[in-house]
Design a protein around this ligand. Sequence first.
Ligand SMILES: NC(=O)c1ccc[n+]([C@@H]2O[C@H](COP(=O)([O-])OP(=O)(O)OC[C@H]3O[C@@H](n4cnc5c(N)ncnc54)[C@H](OP(=O)(O)O)[C@@H]3O)[C@@H](O)[C@H]2O)c1
Length: 219
Amino acid sequence: MSGAVIIGAGPGIGQAVARRFAAAGLPVALIARSEPTLRAAADAVGAGGVPVVTVQADSTDRAGLDAALDTVVGKHGVPDVAVYNAALVRADSLGELSVQGHLEAWAVNVVGALNAAAHLAPAMAARRSGTFLITGGMPEPKPQYVSLSLGKAGVRTLVALLHQQYGGSGVHVASITVDGPIAPGTDFDPDDIAEHYWRLHTQPPHLWDHEVLHAGRSR
Ligand SMILES: NC(=O)c1ccc[n+]([C@@H]2O[C@H](COP(=O)([O-])OP(=O)(O)OC[C@H]3O[C@@H](n4cnc5c(N)ncnc54)[C@H](OP(=O)(O)O)[C@@H]3O)[C@@H](O)[C@H]2O)c1
C-alpha cells in the first residue's frame, strides 16, 4: 500500500484528511512550507501508528515540489491518493490587489495543484489507479473574496482538465468544495469534511464524482 500525500498539511482540513487516511491504515506523507506546520501534523497523525513522512516544500516552487514528491515516492511509492489542500485565503475586493498580488494567490490556489498533478498523475496513470483530490471553495463567487473566487473557479476547471487527460487511465480527479468556515463541532467540522475525501477515494470508477459540495451537515 503506497499511501496518501497531503500537500498543505495544516491544522484544519489538511490534518483532518491526513488522520482520516491514516485511520484507514494508509501510510501518510505530509507537505507544507514550514517545519512547525509539519511537526504538528505529524504529531496529530502519528498516533494512528501508520508510517508518516514529512517534507518541507512550497507548492509554487515547481522544482522544490518535484523534489519533495520524489522523496515521498521514494519512501512510500506512488501515492494511492494525493490531496492538494494549500490555498492563499484572503479578503480582497475588485481592483484592490496588484497584479503581483493576484499572481501570488493564483500560484498557490491553482498552479500549485497543477504542479502536484503534473508530477503525480502520469505515474498514477501508468499504474492505472490513483485519486487526485483538490480542496475547493466558493461555489458562488463573492466580491469580497476576488482572488479566492477566481482561484476556486480555476480549481474546478483544473479538475475537468485532469479528468480529460487522466480519467481514462484510471485516475479519479475531484474537488471538495467547502462552502463555509471550518471549525470543530460545527456544520463545518474538518473531521466531517474529511469523510468526503475518503468516500471519493473509495468510489468505484462507474460512480466517480468530480465535485462534492460540503454545505453543512444539516443541509
Ligand atoms: N478554513 C476554512 O474555513 C475554509 C473554508 C472553505 C474552504 N477552505 C479551503 O480548505 C483548504 C484548507 O484550508 P484550511 O484553512 O483548513 O487549511 P489547513 O489545512 O489548516 O492548512 C493548509 C496549510 O497549507 C500550507 N500551505 C499554504 N501555502 C502553501 C504552499 N504554497 N505550499 C505548501 N504548503 C502551503 C500552510 O502551511 P505552511 O504555512 O507551513 O506552508 C497551511 O497550514 C484551502 O484550500 C481552503 O481554501 C477552507
